[in-house]
Ligand binder design. Sequence first.
Ligand code: HEC
Length: 103
Amino acid sequence: MRPLLIATLSLLASLAWAEEPWGTVDLQAAKPLHDKACTGCHIRMYGGDGSKMYTRDGSMLSNKLELLQRVAACSSQVSSGWFPEDESNVAAWLNKHYYHFDK
Ligand code: HEC
C-alpha cells in the first residue's frame, strides 16, 4: 500500500508545482520587501500607492509564470539583492492582492 500512497502524493505534489511556479511562499515576508524596493517607480508613473501599475488596463501579464518573471525582471533591474524566494514571495503576494491568476 505504501508505495502507491507515495506515488500518489508525489503526483499530487508535481501537479501542485505545475500550477504554482513559486512553490511554497511566505506572504507575510512579501509586503515589507515590496514596499521597500518596488513602489518608487510605480508611484512616479501612476501616483497614489503605485498599485495602479498592477490593476492598469492593458496589463502585460496573463498568468502566474509571467507575473513571477516580471517580478524577477523588475527586481534585477533595481539590484534589489533579492533571492529567488523573495521574488516568489512577492509574486504570490501580488497575485493574492491584485492579479488573482488561477494558473
Ligand atoms: C526602476 C523603476 C521600477 C522599479 C523600482 C520597479 N519597477 Fe516594476 N515596472 C516598472 C515599469 C517601467 C513597468 C512597466 C513596463 C512596461 O509597461 O513595459 C513595471 C511593471 C511591473 C509589473 C507588471 C505590471 C503589469 O501588470 O503590467 C510588475 C508585476 C512589476 N513591475 C513588479 C515590480 C516589483 C515586484 C518591483 C520591486 C522588485 C518593481 N516592479 C520595481 C518599473 C519599475
